[in-house]
Design a protein around this ligand. Structure first.
Ligand code: BG6
Length: 476
């Protein structure tokens, strides 16, 4: 077995990390536009309005808004069959719930899709990638409010109507399960909680799950609407999938790994694929005393709007232990039960590098759902510089991608239906978690730095040429 003939090789991005042009073309403010830059060790600041002395990485990002033609030409040169991107909600509806969509914003994405199509590149479009209009956050407390469901559904309906002939593959929410992590509070749920000068509400996990429930309902409404009006469209979910390994074969470690993997990596996919909450989630909510409010129609909406394909991001695996003596020297990425896996290397940003884990994930997910799968993010963040010869010799990235692609091929051989792979990221873009430029993932370098300086010039890294060959030979 090898990669199927029409396998969707490509690269990925997200509007808030890549597009820039934050106040051009009638675009409104998004929550991401109110989060300052940070680093591995300094946290980011959330502000109520734009403060002159702060640097907001989303404002210019790596400026796809003005470089889309050049970038898409580079994707074509690399041989991309697909380009995963997201639409800025506030470019279409500046406040999120305006009476009419912004024609200038719609026209921008028409140009982007036409450019892709000209090269035979299939756009894979995320409707909301860590993207909530700031107005909806401030007026409605973001996704905590049920009303946001219909604002989102209208936004998606406008996108389907406008682009259904140009875009076949849609994803409703990026990494919907990260809403359950505190990073999701403001960025992906638009909740007015956290520690900042203007937000003083303590984090509230029950509220996060309620907001997530509203996203499930919104996603299902949009999938059902798409099926009814545009039956040819494929509409998928997107999960941040992180397998949990037990640190030892002690049954308590094994049980804990299963429980954590269920609630982190499986819960959201289960809802979006099967159309109902899984039994273990109900138990988790009962154990935590959380009451998730379901409107009378919600169950039927979830059941009607199940997804056509399953997409996920894969960066790392985690290792957990139920033994406090072991966890006291825990792993910073997970805290609590997380421990370092002694068999794996870590990236500079403490992600465990685990290509075999990808084969495990692919098999587990396919076994559970039997739906076509797509890996829409996979890659390595590295601080890198241009060498003296003017090139970027990212052999570590080639090594990382090569090993993951080899495991994908084995999973296909195992019988998994894998239809696409878009690396994170096509071009260097701002890091979602830390807001840094320093943490580079691209196969195309962008001359842009954490202090906001840089010419924005693009340069192909060694991995660009390597990936070009991989695609040319369909993964062989
Ligand atoms: C995923 C997100 O979590 O991982 C992306 O969907 C993000 O938006 C990527 O950029 C890598 O994470 P980070 O924080 O290193 O940029």
């Amino acid at each position: 077995m090898s990669f199927p003939k029409h396998f969707l090789w490509g690269g990925a991005s997200a509007a808030n990390q890549y597009e820039g042009g934050y106040n051009e073309g009638g675009k409104g403010l998004a929550c991401a536009d109110l989060i300052s830059g940070g680093s591995h060790t300094t946290s980011r600041k959330i502000t109520a309005k734009i403060e002159e002395e702060l640097l907001y990485p989303s404002h210019e990002a790596t400026d796809f808004y003005h470089h889309y033609q050049e970038d898409i030409a580079l994707f074509a040169e690399a041989g991309f069959k697909a380009f995963r991107m997201s639409i800025n909600w506030t470019r279409i509806f500046p406040k999120g719930n305006d009476a009419e969509p912004n024609e200038e914003g719609l026209a921008f994405y028409d140009r982007v899709f036409d450019e892709c199509r000209q090269y035979g590149i299939e756009p894979i479009v995320t409707i909301a990638h860590f993207d909530v209009p700031a107005y909806l956050s401030q007026e409605y407390n973001g996704w905590a409010s049920r009303e946001v469901i219909d604002f989102y559904a209208r936004y998606a309906a406008v996108l389907f109507e406008r682009y259904h002939e140009k875009v076949n593959y849609w994803i409703t929410f990026n990494e919907i399960n990260t809403a359950t992590l505190s990073i999701g509070n403001f960025l992906s749920l638009g909740l007015q909680v956290g520690e900042s000068e203007f937000i003083n509400q303590p984090d509230n996990l029950q509220q996060r799950y309620q907001a997530l429930h509203h996203q499930f309902v919104a996603s299902a409404k949009v999938v059902a609407y798409g099926h009814e009006h545009y039956p040819d469209l494929k509409i998928g979910c997107m999960i941040s999938y992180m397998p949990r390994y037990p640190y030892t074969s002690h049954p308590n470690d094994v049980l804990l790994a299963k429980q954590e993997e269920n609630m982190h990596s499986k819960f959201c996919g289960d809802v979006q694929v099967t159309g109902k909450y899984p039994y273990y989630a109900k138990k988790y909510f009962a154990d935590h005393g959380f009451a998730i409010e379901f409107a009378p129609e919600d169950q039927a909406i979830l059941a009607k709007g199940t997804v056509d394909y399953y997409t996920f991001s894969y960066y790392l695996t985690l290792c957990v232990s139920a033994d406090e003596k072991v966890t006291k020297n825990g792993h910073s990425m997970i805290g609590g039960s997380g421990v370092n896996n002694p068999y794996l290397e870590q990236t500079e940003w403490n992600a465990m590098i685990d290509p075999v884990g990808l084969r495990i994930a692919l098999n587990d997910i396919y076994d559970r759902y039997q739906l076509p799968l797509m890996i829409v993010e996979n890659g390595i963040g590295v601080s890198e510089t241009v060498a003296e010869d003017g090139q970027i010799h990212d052999d570590y990235r080639i090594d990382y991608l090569e090993k993951h692609i080899a495991e994908m091929e084995k999973a296909i051989d195992d019988g998994v239906e894998l239809i696409g792979y878009t690396i994170w990221s096509a071009v260097d873009i701002v890091s979602a978690s830390t807001g840094e430029m320093k943490k580079r993932y691209g196969i195309i370098f962008v001359d842009k730095y954490d202090d906001g300086t840089g010419t924005l010039d693009r340069k192909k890294k060694d991995s660009f040429y390597w990936y070009q060959k991989v695609i040319e030979r369909n993964g062989l």
